[in-house]
Design a protein around this ligand. Structure first.
Ligand SMILES: NC(=O)C1=CN([C@@H]2O[C@H](COP(=O)(O)OP(=O)(O)OC[C@H]3O[C@@H](n4cnc5c(N)ncnc54)[C@H](OP(=O)(O)O)[C@@H]3O)[C@@H](O)[C@H]2O)[C@@H](O)CC1
Ligand SMILES: Nc1ncnc2c1ncn2[C@@H]1O[C@H](COP(=O)(O)OP(=O)(O)O)[C@@H](O)[C@H]1O
Ligand SMILES: [K+]
Length: 487
């Protein structure tokens, strides 16, 4: 499991850990981990050119100490100090190791540290102009978990001057909101983020997760001092533990029956694809209830699928068009867990408080809560949590990093998948998989998060780096599940 803790939780854990250690030990652990990650990234240290962007807090301190390690290993290290209050111990260590520092122009006529675009003195500007070789990497030590969203103008100017140089962010990309994963007006876009002790929501949740690039966690001994994490991401071994497997004396009904009420004469494919997802093999039987013509198509494609009867979970709404409300009401009458998808989401209030998984994409969630799609995409974590609380149901908000939010505020992020999965009908397959897991007895939260992980991993397997159609994703599921159960 990848766990993401809040800034407050990290601060409390850090205080408890620091009480057991000599002063400065944690920052040293962080800095060594960071320096080693940078060496890995660059393929060495000797002769490499490293620029540090250093803010006023301990995040800048980490960058300075790591810079000292790199300088001792033969790198040319130059620290651009964006504040007059850079970490004194870190500064001394860098200078002692032979690193250079450049600061803001505090002697400018206006007296303002930020009186020029970057605030450099004319002597420093002249020196910079003579540096013809670009840097190999920039370490973003502007702000860490103490930062507010957005960057100050001098940080923006420094990043502009370094455009095109790969960025390794220290702990988090500066300028993002650490606990919500939202972006400020400006923020760092990193190739790699080296984070300390635990993940933070901004490293898992979009849009900030996109700005973090590849995330590398450095163990600084914080784990035993951390409580349960409010945001987490299932990994393959977590999903394997959740997967329902048949008991030796199982029969199809003990494994659970999933029913699909999706598709219509206008959209028969939605019914077919929902059934394809539900037929992943995790439930004992699949039933289909819908238009005769769709039923015939379903039976032709999936001869094992049967008609109406008792089920342990329903999948409702995809391609249901005008019939969505009636279909949802019929499913609700059975009083079993259900997946509410697509057209049925407009009537999701009928399912309030039921054991349900609502599966909107950003546009559908926006319509449900009366917001703009762009607003949901800018603040997906907040919107998924708010909708889960409002509907008293699990909300699975689809996207690059799908979020599964429980009414109590817990969130799981789906890290599997590929952009090739952004293809018509993929959501129908997902609804079917989640329905099969609900029917097998998983809670809505586990069914939604494990189903979403399987769906993403199946897409990656089917895609092999190229295009997929929704049916390919469904076909890849049984093989993926076998591989998870027998690694
Ligand atoms: N916790 C741990 O386990 C460990 C933590 N460690 C490290 O410590 C880091 C946290 O350090 P920290 O607390 O000193 O805060 P940090 O983020 O450096 O800066 C905050 C200062 O920046 C300023 N500022 C705020 N927003 C800004 C903005 N948008 N743009 C520009 N400036 C902004 C603001 O000052 P102000 O502007 O208000 O004067 C504020 O005081 C953490 O991320 C990790 O790297 C590791 O060393 C060891 C283990
Ligand atoms: N950029 C992306 N990267 C990875 N997965 C994506 C991306 N965009 C969308 N997806 C996934 O693709 C699926 C699309 O589903 P959906 O929007 O419901 O499509 P449809 O309604 O056509 O079935 C969702 O599972 C979503 O999480
Ligand atoms: K940073």
């Amino acid at each position: 499991m990848i766990r993401a803790h809040t800034v407050e939780q990290v601060r409390e854990g850090e205080a408890a850990l620091m009480a057991t250690l000599p002063g400065g030990a944690l920052m040293q652990r962080a800095a060594y981990g960071l320096a080693h990650a940078v060496v890995d990234y660059l393929g060495g240290a000797y002769g490499r050119r490293v620029c540090l962007l250093v803010g006023s807090g301990d995040n800048g301190g980490d960058a300075l100490y790591a810079g000292a390690v790199l300088a001792r290993r033969g790198a040319y290290v130059e620290a651009w100090l964006l504040s007059e209050n850079a970490h004194p111990g870190g500064l001394a260590a860098l200078r002692q190791a032979g690193g250079r520092t450049r600061g803001l122009d505090t002697s400018s006529p206006s007296g303002s540290a930020y009186s020029t675009s970057l605030g450099w003195s004319s002597r420093e500007r002249a020196q910079r102009a003579t540096v013809s070789r670009p840097f190999d990497v920039v370490l973003d030590g502007i702000v860490g978990i103490g930062g507010r969203a957005g960057l100050k103008p001098e940080a923006v100017a420094a990043l502009d001057a370094l455009a095109g140089v790969p960025v390794v962010a220290v702990d988090v990309p500066s300028g993002v909101d650490v606990d919500t994963g939202e972006l400020g007006d400006s923020s760092v876009s990193a190739d790699v983020t080296v984070t300390f002790g635990t993940h933070k929501a901004a490293l898992l949740v979009d849009p900030a997760a996109q700005a973090a690039g590849a995330v590398h966690l450095v163990d600084i001994g914080l784990d035993p001092h951390l409580p349960a994490a409010p945001v987490e991401a299932l990994q393959a071994d977590d999903v394997a533990v959740l997967l329902p497997t048949p008991d030796p004396d199982a029969h199809k009904y003990t494994r659970g029956v999933v029913g699909v009420r999706a598709g219509s004469a206008t959209y028969p494919g939605a019914g077919l694809l929902s059934v394809a997802g539900a037929s992943c093999g995790l439930a004992g039987m699949v039933r289909y209830v819908g238009d005769r013509e769709v039923l015939d198509l379903v039976r032709a494609a999936h001869p094992e699928v049967v008609g109406g009867g008792r089920v342990q979970a329903w999948v409702v709404g995809s391609g249901s068009a005008d019939g969505a409300r009636g279909t949802l009401e019929e499913a609700l009458a059975d009083d079993v867990p259900l997946v509410v998808d697509a057209d049925a989401l407009a009537h999701a209030d009928l399912a309030r408080g039921c054991p349900a998984v609502l599966t909107p994409h950003a546009g559908e969630l926006a319509a449900m809560v009366g917001a703009d799609r762009a607003e949901v995409e800018a603040r997906p974590l907040a919107h998924a949590r708010a909708a889960a609380a409002t509907y008293d149901a699990v909300v699975l908000l689809k996207g690059r990093r799908t979020l599964v939010a429980a009414p109590d505020g817990r969130v799981r992020v789906t890290m599997s998948g590929t952009p090739w999965l952004a293809t018509a009908g993929a959501g129908d397959v997902l609804g079917g998989v989640v329905g099969a897991l609900l029917a097998s007895g998983l809670t809505p939260y586990d069914a939604a998060s494990a189903g979403s992980w399987l769906h993403g991993a199946a897409a990656t397997l089917a895609s092999r780096g190229g295009p997929v159609v929704a049916g390919d994703v469904a076909h890849a599921l049984p093989g993926l599940i076998s591989a998870l159960l027998h690694p």
